[in-house]
Design a protein around this ligand. Structure first.
Ligand SMILES: NC(=O)C1=CN([C@@H]2O[C@H](COP(=O)(O)OP(=O)(O)OC[C@H]3O[C@@H](n4cnc5c(N)ncnc54)[C@H](OP(=O)(O)O)[C@@H]3O)[C@@H](O)[C@H]2O)C=CC1
Ligand SMILES: O=C(O)C1=N[C@H](C(=O)O)C[C@H](O)C1
Length: 252
């Protein structure tokens, strides 16, 4: 008899949460013990005996949800966006008081997306120019996407440690927003278009050449293997892990 991990999904009525409920229900090594929507009390997590919490809610609620999980000894796998440096710092210090509890903050659960961002970051130090373009469905509330922020941070860190100059840009006159926004000095552009799900391109440019890393999620099913991988691994990684790549052997 296989031991089943007791899992709760927060944001269960949302686009991602509904998909995660189905994925957990279909996983033979997991048991869905709670599925919470907005307005449901977090105490039902403890009442239901949840040991693993999957948070797919909204940026305003995710920090409080994760705090509740950690304070009650539950591991958390978090796909919700909005985890800026301040929130991550607070979470790290909370976790120091709760030894053995693991939290994964995963800006993107799609394995292809994680790989594309990691490869693009590695390659970026060999190119003069880099820009990130993320393209999403128009119901998305945040811009730029969490994935684009994370990708830009990885690229910036890689280029900084290699001593690469900022991308050249002669713009002196600009209509506000025409050049996108900057994340750690990397230009990021956001497109919102009906029909899209979640897509990203990293453009790398050098004299006479361009290398593009593109990833497309055509369906939210693309995120589910990563969600399940997160649940299966989070207890073996106590403390905070940012990025599903922390659980993968990318050899980079
Ligand atoms: N890491 C990844 O791979 C992915 C991450 N995401 C991220 O996941 C998040 C959710 O995305 P998506 O499913 O598209 O968004 P939705 O708006 O479809 O879903 C969010 C759901 O959370 C509910 N909710 C809000 N507050 C709470 C709360 N306190 N407790 C429980 N439920 C709550 C909302 O309820 P109501 O409708 O009443 O507001 C809604 O049903 C976003 O931040 C998105 O960027 C999305 C895709 C992939
Ligand atoms: O809101 C979405 O849809 C997505 N959100 C995440 C993000 O902001 O990066 C992950 C994926 O891009 C889909």
């Amino acid at each position: 008899m296989i031991e089943q991990l007791p899992v709760a999904v927060l944001g269960a009525n949302g686009r991602m949460g509904a998909e995660a409920v189905k994925a957990v229900e279909s996983a033979p090594d997991m048991k869905l013990v709670a599925a919470l929507g907005r307005g449901d009390s977090l105490t039902s997590l403890t009442d239901a005996g949840a040991r693993f919490v999957v948070d797919l809610t909204v940026p305003e609620s995710t920090e409080a949800n994760v705090r509740f999980a950690v304070e009650n000894g539950m591991h958390a796998v978090v796909g919700t966006t909005g985890w800026d440096a301040g929130r991550l710092e607070r979470l790290e210090s909370l976790l120091t008081g709760h030894e053995g509890v693991g939290v994964l903050i995963a800006p993107n659960f799609a394995l292809g997306s994680v790989l594309a961002s990691a490869f693009a970051a590695k390659a970026s130090k060999y190119f003069e120019s880099v820009e990130v373009i993320e393209l999403h469905h128009p119901d998305k509330v945040d811009a730029p996407s969490g994935t684009a922020v994370r990708t830009a941070q990885l690229i910036a860190a890689e280029r900084a440690s290699a001593g690469v100059e900022p991308s050249p840009d002669a713009t002196t006159s600009e209509l506000a927003g025409a050049r996108g926004c900057e994340v750690d000095g990397i230009r990021v552009h956001s497109v919102r278009l009906r029909g899209l799900v979640a897509h990203q391109e990293v453009l790398l440019g050098g004299p006479g050449e361009q290398l593009t890393f593109r990833h497309d999620s055509f369906d939210r099913a693309s995120f589910m293997p990563g969600v399940l991988l997160g649940v299966r691994n989070v207890a073996q990684h106590p403390g905070l892990t940012v990025g599903l790549d922390g659980y993968l052997d990318l050899g980079l």
